[in-house]
Write a protein that binds this ligand. Structure first.
Ligand SMILES: *[C@@H]1O[C@H](CO)[C@@H](O)[C@H](O)[C@H]1NC(C)=O
Ligand SMILES: *[C@@H]1O[C@H](CO)[C@@H](O)[C@H](O)[C@H]1NC(C)=O
Length: 293
């Protein structure tokens, strides 16, 4: 920019006054540039931290920033977060068919403004195995995160612990729903109702024990985690104890349709589109409903 003062060219013979003027101009420009550095430095970062912009719907940021509910009150956008971390010392788990059905359940039944997949392997697209059941990836984005190795001065060894800490970090930063790949979204309307009516929505696996497979907080409300609304039946009793029955009993006696979501605790790499077709269990029912309805 030093060379490009429009309409002027350096030449060997210039009147002194013009040179002085030029020097003054250059100085003013230099000062302006220096002042711009912090401003320019801040603007892109605050943009990239704003879920409205980084959420992948660049074509319609307005919709993401303010969304009117039926009550006319403007609501924060709803972002769903998955955490996908890899330990350097383990082979990365590939995305399985069941993981894909979880993502599909969120897309179909909740239709959030964005789905962010926070991963320490952001250069790798993990969702190729989902191609049979998901073709529209609009609004889903991989977001780089660093693996957390130390918390409160203590070394963390388990990737699951790092994932839990990342979940809290993400909730603090963006708000929204953090969901595990073994949780299936069932009634998005019901979820939105409780989400916008409470600072946080949680699920328990036992009385008094939160389960981190499904946690939601509105932006800035993570301080209310301990006192959040506890949604029934997602990962809690009696579902947790009856989970095997859910997976194998052909009697279809679980009223999963009444729930907001279901945490299956099932990580079976052998499930596929064919195997769920003949599955009479509640799990088979649920999966077929998500994929085919
Ligand atoms: C989902 O929840 C809403 C609100 O709680 C309810 O009116 C609706 O019937 C539910 N949908 C299904 C499919 O059960
Ligand atoms: C599923 O149900 C059908 C008919 O009700 C039955 O013929 C079949 O054996 C059942 N399959 C399993 C795996 O239970």
């Amino acid at each position: 920019m030093w060379k490009s003062i429009p309409g002027q060219k350096f030449s060997a013979i210039q009147p002194t006054s013009q040179l002085l003027l030029r020097h003054a101009l250059v100085k003013v420009l230099a000062v302006v540039c220096l002042m711009l550095i912090p401003i320019l430095g801040l603007v892109p970062w605050s943009f990239s931290l704003s879920p409205g912009i980084s959420a992948g719907s660049l074509a319609s940021p307005q919709r993401l920033l303010t969304k009117s509910s039926s009550t006319g009150v403007s609501q924060e956008p709803l972002i769903v977060h998955y955490i996908w971390l890899h330990s350097k010392f383990r082979q990365p788990n590939p995305i399985t068919f069941l993981d894909c059905v979880s993502v599909l359940s969120v897309m179909k039944n909740l239709k959030p403004d964005a789905i962010l997949v926070h991963t320490n392997l952001p250069d790798f697209w993990p969702f190729d195995p989902c191609n049979h059941i998901i073709s529209n990836w609009a609004g889903l984005e991989l977001v780089p995160v660093q693996m957390i190795f130390v918390a409160g001065g203590k070394r963390i060894h388990l990737v699951e612990q790092a994932a839990d800490l990342t979940k809290l970090k993400v909730l603090r930063e963006y708000g929204g729903l953090v969901i595990d790949f073994d949780v299936y979204l069932i009634n998005g309307t019901k979820f939105r109702e409780v989400y916008y009516a409470n600072p946080c929505v949680l699920t328990e696996e036992k009385a008094g024990k939160l389960n981190y497979g499904f946690i939601a907080c509105q932006k800035g409300e993570t301080g209310h985690l301990e006192t959040g609304y506890v949604a029934e039946g997602i990962s809690n009793r009696p579902e947790y104890q009856r989970r095997l029955e859910f997976l194998s009993s052909p009697e279809r006696k679980h009223a999963w349709m009444d729930k907001i979501a279901h945490h299956s605790y099932l990580h079976n790499v052998h499930y596929n589109l064919d195997s769920i077709k003949g599955d009479n269990s509640s799990m088979g029912d649920l999966l077929q409903w998500i994929v085919y309805d």
